[in-house]
Design a protein around this ligand. Structure first.
Ligand code: SF4
Ligand SMILES: [Zn+2]
Ligand SMILES: [Zn+2]
Length: 319
């Protein structure tokens, strides 16, 4: 099958758009979608100047998503002195998993010539995820601990690195899953928070002064296309799955979305587009409630809604 835009052979077919693309046109199409998202989300602040550039910290795990995001942002802003990129990698302490992906992060950062920071649960919290899973004092899934720890470190280091923006490599499949899960859980306030935390144009989000704003510029690109982009560009991405991956509900939703997408191409796009519109309305509705009950954790000083933050209480029960 030929490319829809030229005579070269197509390397992919997107059922949701009907197009067949060759390697060059596919590459161009992915990059275009990411740049359009950067514009639509208003990510480049009007205050950014070459003298006073913005720092964008990218959560760089070494998996295909964050590697592709880093590569495309680098190409987009390499010649733009208003934006400085920093890769931030978190080592959870998972045998046979994170070591290789850290290598991929180091390799990519060196290749692109961007600053790279590596932090670990072991150094920061004195625990490794492998031990946490063994102990499991709260009788929870591994990801429930790991998510709290990762979020804490991303926020702490984004702050320390003087980040204006914290970017993560969530793709269309990830975000459509989260949208559907939030919707099925029926928690509208959670949906409003999701909008203010990481969706929608920066200029339209509710006040969140305590946190570095987040952005997900890869969320228009389906997971398969991210993987193909990494492969075609020969990027150093690490693909093995975490041995503790345990989000069973997300797995169910993922399967449901595969089936829907197969029979009704474009479902992921329409779920996310509709969800973002609704989330924006919900965020307006809940604005003002926000931040009222925020305080500083008495143990570590991070911003929380309780006396002792979730991370500190988990560390306490692991001690
Ligand atoms: S899959 Fe779960 S345990 Fe593994 S790195 Fe991700 S959040 Fe942590
Ligand atoms: Zn082509
Ligand atoms: Zn704390």
């Amino acid at each position: 099958m030929d490319c829809t835009r030229c005579d070269e052979e197509a390397v992919m077919h997107a059922a949701y758009s009907g197009s067949h693309l060759c390697a060059d046109h596919f590459r161009e199409s992915v990059e275009k979608r990411v740049r359009r998202r950067v514009r639509r989300d208003d990510l480049v602040s009007h205050d950014a100047t070459p003298e006073d550039p913005e720092t964008w910290v990218i959560g760089l795990s070494g998996g295909k998503d964050s590697v592709v995001l880093t590569q495309i942002l680098h190409e987009t802003f390499a010649e733009d002195p208003r934006i400085e990129l920093v890769g931030l990698t978190i080592h959870e302490g998972i045998e046979g998993y994170r070591d290789e992906s850290v290598d991929a992060c180091v390799e990519l950062s060196e290749e692109l010539g961007i600053r790279h920071e590596l932090v670990s649960y072991a150094e920061e919290f004195g625990v490794r995820m492998d031990e946490v899973v063994e102990d499991d004092p709260e009788n929870m899934a591994a990801c429930a601990y790991c998510g709290v720890f990762r979020r804490d470190l991303l926020e702490k280091y984004a702050e320390e690195l003087g980040a204006d923006l914290l970017l993560t490599g969530h793709n269309l499949d990830d975000e459509a899953q989260t949208a559907l899960m939030n919707f099925l859980e029926g928690d509208v306030e959670q949906i409003a928070k999701h909008f203010d935390a990481s969706l929608g144009p920066l200029s339209e989000r509710g006040e969140q002064e305590e946190f570095v704003p987040r952005a997900k510029p890869l969320r228009d690109v389906p997971e398969k296309e991210v993987a193909l982009y990494a492969h075609i560009n020969d990027l150093p991405a690490h693909i093995t799955e975490c041995p503790h991956a345990s989000e069973a509900y997300r797995g169910e939703i993922q399967q449901l979305l595969y089936d829907l997408e197969e029979n009704h191409p474009g479902t992921r796009h329409s779920i996310l587009a509709g969800y973002e519109d609704l989330a924006s309305i919900a965020a307006d509705e809940y604005s003002g409630d926000d931040g009222a009950d925020l305080q500083e954790c008495v143990e570590c000083g991070s911003t929380t809604t309780r006396e002792v933050c979730r991370k500190c209480s988990l560390l306490e029960s692991l001690a």
